[in-house]
Design a protein around this ligand. Sequence first.
Ligand code: CTP
Ligand code: MG
Length: 172
Amino acid sequence: MLRTILVAIWLMLPAYVTNAFAVLTGGGRPIDLGKNFLDGRRIFGDGKTWKGLIGGIVVGMCTGSAQTVLLPSFGPFPLLVLFCLTFGALFGDLCKSFIKRRLDMERGAKAPIMDQLDFVLGAWLFLILFAHPWFIENFTSYHVIVILVITPLLHRIINIIGHKLGKKDVPW
Ligand code: CTP
Ligand code: MG
């Protein structure tokens, strides 16, 4: 049980780090450059910035590379897998913001479940599409369940820290 939890966290760590560092490195020019979608509302909003996207991916990739060096028997994370875990995570996050804006929700408005699992689902989608053998070989259904259960808890803890550091306007 404990081993399953630890392996699950280890496998998703690059995606977690990416998501957390997008918040820590974010700010400045928004990805949608302030532009509106067809419905007259922002495409993604001011909470999705180039600095957050690039900073998150760079730190997430470094984390996965370090994990491969430290414990090559778990994982190991090839470059394509790291791309899926980092870019996929923030792709999921962007999709969530796109959906929230279409639902007329302001930046930072609470969207339970969506806010917490967006990056997990994005990372898994990319892994299934582009690194399918690695996904099947490393993720069992137990790992998937563990991630779905513990991610909202970890997310909450990290966001409270981010809020306290003044990196997030709201603690969710
Ligand atoms: N962030 C960023 N760039 C990204 C992702 C996140 O700069 N690509 C930073 C922003 O400062 C953002 C914060 O991380 O405000 C928290 O991310 P998130 O909760 O996903 O965004 P929200 O501000 O809540 O916006 P939304 O309503 O679109 O979810
Ligand atoms: Mg949010």
